[in-house]
Ligand binder design. Structure first.
Ligand code: DGL
Length: 281
């Protein structure tokens, strides 16, 4: 008697994007949690950074990038960017009610829970700090803690441009560490996906008593729980098939993928015109 053939395992396909290399800090956690899933990562390097752009522009750009990923067959779209999530995810969910979207938001709740002295700081872009969504997170989760909102203009760009030993990047980190030291915060939220890529250098400056909060692991758990089919068990040959795309220069993404994911995937160009008047804003 011949046994019916096993149906082929369906491999979940996650599409994710950021303004640049920052989303790799989330992809790193995702690849560990879902080693047999497929990932398509888009870095919007033609228009990075997004941190100071008007909210309508961010919504329109996130809509274009999501559309492209959905057209590629993504089962789920991860907005691997706090600036994009806080300003655009509600519009994306309204636009595609049938597609699961996951976002990355500043971890106010875990930071307040972890703080012993009730002083917390949030490092993020101006766009994130000004967003209505951040206001909501603070209203819901800050409780009796005092929360310093510290915009870090230029930091995501410096991380994008440079390696971790670049003097200009280190000067940025010195300045931020000094501000954080003055604030007395014992818990610091990394509210931009670029910042975990320099967490070690920042931690060295702040000392071991200050705790950094990165939500990448929690986001990866959430993605895994929402995928329409469980990822098959990885085989020795599996290793996540990874597609990397850049809308502009590719070098930073190539270098960062090698460093943070150990991935040698070549970055392919993606031509995506700037958001125009016809796009939903
Ligand atoms: N990685 C981003 C974030 O999480 C965007 C930084 C930027 O482009 O300004 O906010």
């Amino acid at each position: 008697m011949t046994m019916p053939a096993e149906p082929p395992a369906v491999v979940p396909h996650v599409g994710l994007f950021d303004s640049g290399i920052g989303g790799l800090s989330v992809l790193r956690a995702l690849v560990r949690r879902l080693p047999a899933a497929r990932f398509c990562y888009v870095a919007d390097t033609a228009f990075t950074p997004w941190g100071d752009r008007p909210p309508g522009w961010v919504v329109a750009r996130c809509t274009q990038l999501s559309q492209w990923l959905i057209d590629q067959g993504a089962d789920l779209v991860l907005v691997a960017c706090n600036t994009g999530t806080t300003q655009a995810i509600a519009a994306l969910r309204a636009h595609w009610p049938q597609v699961p979207f996951v976002g990355v938001e500043p971890g106010i709740k875990p930071a307040v829970a972890a703080s012993r002295n009730r002083r917390v700081a949030v490092l993020a872009t101006t766009g994130t700090l000004r967003s209505h969504r951040l206001r909501q997170l603070l209203d819901h989760h800050a409780g009796d803690a005092s929360v310093l909102r510290l915009p870090c203009p230029g930091l995501a760009e410096a991380i994008e441009r440079a390696d971790a030993s670049d003097p200009a990047l280190l000067a940025h980190l010195d300045e931020i560490a000094a501000r954080l030291g003055e604030s007395g915060a014992d818990t610091v939220v990394l509210g931009c996906t670029h910042y975990p890529l320099v967490a070690e250098a920042l931690q060295q400056r702040l000392g071991p008593a200050v705790r950094l909060i990165d939500t990448a692991e929690a986001v990866a758990r959430r993605v895994a729980s929402l995928l329409p089919h469980a990822a098959p068990a990885p085989t020795p040959a599996s290793g996540a098939p990874l597609q990397l795309r850049a809308t502009g220069p590719a070098q930073a993404l190539e270098r960062a993928a090698r460093r943070w994911l150990g991935a040698d995937a070549a970055v392919q160009p993606l031509a995506l015109p700037p958001p125009g008047a016809a796009d939903p804003v």
